[in-house]
Design a protein around this ligand. Structure first.
Ligand SMILES: NC(=O)C1=CN([C@@H]2O[C@H](COP(=O)(O)OP(=O)(O)OC[C@H]3O[C@@H](n4cnc5c(N)ncnc54)[C@H](OP(=O)(O)O)[C@@H]3O)[C@@H](O)[C@H]2O)C=CC1
Ligand SMILES: O=C(O)CCC[C@H](O)\C=C/C=C/C=C/C(=O)C/C=C\CCCCCO
Length: 329
């Protein structure tokens, strides 16, 4: 019998999640039935979506939602061999049993030199979000100017680098000077610390006096209400996330955006990356190629230890991560 450790949502979050909102429990796993496999989590992801989705999809006592890279340790399913690695969507668990549905085997071309944790970040859901958000929603063209916020994060850092590959000028903002330095290191043309600039309006104008063709919005809130006024005519806004609002107990009241939308004839589109689940392989192949060519750099914020899942999650929401936040079991 294998004892699995799991993190449950003890109490729904009010404002920022607190360690006391989580509970670590143990579950005895049964023996495998035909067609089943036993997996052990190797890397787990902590993502912003978990904050709003927990409110919408979970009840207290549920195991936290999430994805992981897991190794197959026992198999009664001929499609999955012991020792292989998969990306699973089984939540915050150290071990789990699967019937094989919803498991994605890591591409056989996955080079030994590359951390498998990238399948949770740059070459996984966040990377695919950047890929499809840029190419299918922003529809960026060479020579255009792209703005991205939360730019040093899992999604934003890939957005900026893909936009450079696409021949664009790229402006990014992030919440620390170290993150700004990282953005410049990975090729952003302009980058600023939105927490320390005296005026966001001025910073946006200085970074691109002619304005922006594409705005990849990960943050929402006040930044977006200001940024929209810097869009060029016929600009496109990809509404990817609103992390500035996920932890609000009382919804923010922002200024209205209709006037710039109308007069600049803007296109603003929200999206969820699962829209392109049928093109996952295409995106992953392209991202893996760019990583191996060194055209897309990656950074991971690794927290050691399954027992530190809540701390990693809370830290990411507070901006303590540079690049993809993951937990190494
Ligand atoms: N639509 C979709 O399908 C998907 C959407 N997303 C969204 O993309 C966004 C980025 O996700 P991801 O890359 O995984 O996360 P990140 O790796 O970027 O980590 C979150 C970052 O958000 C920034 N942040 C946190 N609070 C605020 C705030 N109040 N104001 C401004 N910035 C803040 C912090 O960076 P900083 O130092 O810059 O403040 C923090 O590091 C999120 O909104 C997420 O919900 C992600 C995946 C899929
Ligand atoms: O089990 C699930 O459904 C989660 C699957 C996550 C998976 O890896 C794929 C998609 C992730 C999407 C992330 C979306 C965002 O981060 C946007 C977040 C929130 C938007 C507002 C949601 C409001 C819910 O009430």
């Amino acid at each position: 019998m294998v004892t699995a450790k799991v993190w449950v949502l003890k109490k729904h979050f009010e404002g920022f999640p607190k360690p006391s909102d989580f509970d670590l429990k143990k579950i005895e796993l049964p023996s495998l039935k035909d067609g089943e496999l036993l997996l052990e989590s190797v890397f787990l992801s902590v993502d912003p979506y978990m904050r709003p989705y927990s409110q919408r999809d979970m009840k207290e006592g549920d195991i936290m939602i999430g994805t992981e890279v897991a190794r197959i340790v026992e198999s009664k399913n001929p499609a999955f061999a012991v020792g292989a690695f998969v990306v699973a969507n089984s939540g915050w668990r150290s071990h789990f049993i699967s019937d094989g549905k919803g498991l994605h085997l890591l591409p056989s071309s996955w080079p030994e030199s590359l951390p498998r944790s990238l399948a949770l970040g740059t070459v996984g859901m966040p990377g695919l979000t950047a890929y499809f958000g840029l190419f299918e929603v922003c529809k960026m063209k060479p020579g255009e100017t792209v703005l991205v916020n939360a730019a040093a994060g899992a999604v934003g850092s890939v957005v900026g680098q893909l936009a450079k590959i696409g021949g664009c000028k790229v402006v990014g903002c992030a919440g620390s000077d170290d993150k700004v330095a990282y953005l410049k290191k990975i090729g952003f043309d302009e980058a600023f610390n939105y927490k320390t600039v005296t005026s966001l309006d001025e910073a946006l104008r200085k970074a691109s006096p002619d304005g922006y063709d594409c705005f990849f919005d990960n943050v929402g809130g006040e930044f977006s209400s200001i940024a929209i006024n810097h869009m060029k005519k016929y600009g496109r806004i990809a509404v990817c996330g609103a992390i500035s609002q996920y932890n609000d107990s009382v919804p923010q009241k922002g200024p209205y955006v209709q006037i710039p939308m109308i007069f600049k004839e803007l296109h603003m589109e929200g999206f969820i990356v699962t829209r392109w689940n049928n093109r996952r392989e295409e995106g992953q192949k392209a991202l893996l190629k760019w990583v191996l060519e060194g055209k897309v750099k990656y950074h991971e914020q690794v927290t050691e230890g399954f027992e530190n899942m809540p701390a990693a999650f809370i830290g990411m929401l507070k901006g303590e991560n540079l690049g993809k936040a993951i937990v190494k079991v």
